[in-house]
Structure formats: C-alpha cells, structure tokens
Design a protein around this ligand. Sequence first.
Ligand SMILES: *Cc1c(COP(=O)(O)O)cnc(C)c1O
Length: 396
Amino acid sequence: MERIYFDNAATTAPYPAVLAAMTETAQGFYGNPSSLHSEGQAAQKLLSACRAKLAGLLGCAPDELYFTSGGSEADNWAIRGLAKAGAKKGKHHIVTSAFEHHAVLHTVQALEKEGFSVTYLPVHEDGYVRPAELEAALRDETALVTVMYANNEIGTIQPVAELGAICRAYGVPFHTDAVQAVGHLKIDVANENIDLLSLSAHKFHGPKGIGALYVRKGLSFPNLIEGGAQERSRRAGTENLPAIHGMTVALETALADLDKTAPCVRALRDRLIAGALKIERSRLNGGIERRLDGNASICFEGVEGEALLLHLDLAGIAASSGSACTSGSLDPSHVLLALGLPHEIAHGSLRLSLCESNSEAEVDYFLGKLAEIVALLRDMSPVWEKLQNESKQEGR
Ligand SMILES: *Cc1c(COP(=O)(O)O)cnc(C)c1O
C-alpha cells in the first residue's frame, strides 16, 4: 500500500495546477515587477492580477493585502504592529486566547516581557472562546485582540464574526490567525468584522514560504521591512511572484471545489472519529459542532502520543501527536492543557488531518492499525496497568 498522509494541518501537498503556475511564472515572468521595461511590466501585471484575485476571494480590497513569507511572519507583524500603534496612544494591554499557535503566543509573550499586560481568554473543555468573556476582558487601554479563526490542533472554529463585532463596538483592532481556516472555510473579512487576518499558502495546497496579511484600510499600522516601494512601502523586497501566483491558483482551486470536497472530507473524518472512539478510554478533543472538516484530535489513555506516531509511521501512515512545531518536545501540548486535560491524558494525543485526496480505504486501514498499535503500547505501559487496576478496584 502507498503511504497515507493524514497530516494536512502541518502542511499540504501542492495541487498540480499550483506547480504548473509556479514553473510557468518562474520561466516566463522573471522580470522584476518594479522595472519599467516590458519584462518588468508583464510581471507587475501578473502580480496585480494575483492580488486582485486573492482580495476578491477574501472580501477585501487589493490594497488591503500585504504578501509575507507565510503565517508566522503575518502573525508577528500583525501583533507587533498593533502593539506599537497602541503603545503610541498609551495602550499596553493585549487580549488573546490560551491556545493560539506559537507564532502568536510567543509574540505576545515577548511583548509581555516588554511591559504589555496580557489577558489569555479560556477556551473551555470544548475548545471555544466565549464572546461575553472577550467583552469582559476589554479595557480602555486594550491595544489589540488576537484570537485564531480555527485551532491547528483540535480544529475548533471560533465565533470570529461575533468577536469582531464586540471589538468594533469598543474600537479595539481585531486580528485573527486564519492560517488553518483560509481555503477550508468561506471567509469574508468585511462581513466578519475582521481588521487583520493572517494566511499561509502551504496549508491549502499552495507553496511554502508565502502568505499574506490583510490589514483593513484606515488602520494605523507600522511598516515591517524598509528598503523599497513593494507592498506600498510596508514590506520591502522583490516579490516572490512564482509563489504568489501559486498561492492564488491554490486558493482559487480550494474555494471553487469547497462545496464538493467539504462534505466528503467531513464524512471521512466522522468515519475516522467513530472508529477511533470504539477503542476504550479514548476521547475526542474539542467540540464536534464547529470544527474543521478534516480535523480529528483524539486522546488515548495509557499511550504516549509520540510512540503511537512512530508506530503509525512504520505502518505507512503520517500523523501528528500535536502541532509539528511542538513535536520533538515531550511537554504535552499547551492546546490540550488549555482544554483542561490532565498531563497524563494530554500525552496520549493524536491529530489526524485529512484532505479531499484521502479515501475511505485509507481510513479503514488506519483504524485497523490504530487498534493494533494502541493495544501493543498499552500492553507495555505501566500507566495502563495502573488504570486497569484502579478500574478493577472501583468495580469491586
Ligand atoms: C501553520 C500555522 C502557522 C504558521 O504558518 P507558516 O506559514 O508555517 O509560518 C500559524 N498559525 C497557524 C494556526 C498555523 O496552523
């Protein structure tokens, strides 16, 4: 059997049309978009067309989009930029959630060291921020609110439009890390009261190393890189046109097919979840209602997530024990701890993230292997033995 890829939240395979667009652009549009000659102007025209197309797909104006090297850069720029603009007005308070991606969390923590105070909204056992709790957290000196659109580990989708409406009512700029959501959900930044939004192409079958930050017009916001007039002088540097074109084709394709692919991906996910939860002492992390179509995050008591992951890899299946950025460290994920899971349960977590090229046969093969591997690992686990003894005593 060919390998099975269930780690689309870490990154996705580029669509063939994306690779074709990138090659065509690198060969045929190598001119510098800032050059005045024909080669430059052809590249400039393609760049503008891509920006306009992407803006249309997101519900914003072309000059509200700034290309970046990806999601991490967009998150860093958004948060540092808003913090700086806020500080100028004497505002030194930030509101975020407890389970943000590290690109957000570490930026906020760095600002905390620099003198900002931060409120971390709880995400509760179901993995959702409560709008009323955001409203209660806002202060006169709040410089920004940043809450992710959809969580990268447990897939829960936040009530972004409501959060944005509250921020707007209080005049606080609202940023959302939508890296897991763009290309997977229909998003309209204007309708959803979003002031800034981060996205990254490689999470929706586009190239790596390219993304964008949407910044609503009229917002006071500082430059990221000095040195040229690119991106309206806010982020200098010759544009990565092959990647920008690839990203544009990827988003167009993902959204054009979404009505068709989303129900299929959801059905695969639900089959996977139902099968996995037949294993005793397992649980789904995060609510099922508002959840990314491809995401299944499951904990198995008495099992180490890393061991499970390595055994699955040997069986031909690529999965994740949490987010790729934290694997390698043996601390349980901050996301699962934010849900209130105890350390020993959070250790046994597995994230499967599916896409439209996965199949029922793959899910069924995975479920068979999963049951075998969990049983094998539990056989060797002192934690599992202890759990068994405890439940025997309770039964007595
Ligand atoms: C992947 C990811 C990022 C980082 O994006 P890069 O383009 O890899 O820098 C940020 N936020 C979330 C939610 C992500 O899933």
